[in-house]
Design a protein around this ligand. Structure first.
Ligand SMILES: [Zn+2]
Length: 123
């Protein structure tokens, strides 16, 4: 969709951490005062994605996040309920810096997953 910011991403200009046929992981345009803030975006303009793709996206974002957020002990994957873009599937991962601009919003948001960098992934 032409007026969708996630469909019209110029990947040459973005900081890309990962991409495959279904997903792109990149730094968010607005860091909102965080040292890092990343998101995983589905390549097609869809509001929801199949459950297996969703599970894979969580795994990818957790793995990439462990590298990107290695400066901090924990990071969270956030529900996109309050997201400004909510018709194109994506998830945001953020550190937990209390001085960030959106810290109150992070606390008010449902956390889909907390990734603890002090411990390896539990599977
Ligand atoms: Zn879109």
């Amino acid at each position: 969709m032409a007026n969708c910011p996630l469909c019209s991403l110029d990947l040459q200009k973005e900081k890309i951490f990962y991409q495959d046929d279904s997903f792109i992981v990149l730094r968010t345009k607005d860091l909102k005062g965080h040292r890092e803030r990343i998101m995983i975006v589905y390549r097609r303009h869809q509001h929801t994605i199949p459950y297996r793709a969703y599970e894979r996206a969580l795994t990818i974002l957790s793995q990439i996040g462990r590298e990107v957020f290695k400066y901090t002990p924990k990071f969270v994957i956030l529900d996109t309920t309050f997201a400004s873009i909510n018709d194109h599937w994506h998830l945001v991962a953020s550190d937990l810096d209390p001085k960030s601009e959106d810290f109150d919003l992070i606390l008010a948001t449902r956390w889909i997953k907390v990734v603890d960098n002090m411990y390896p992934e539990q599977t």
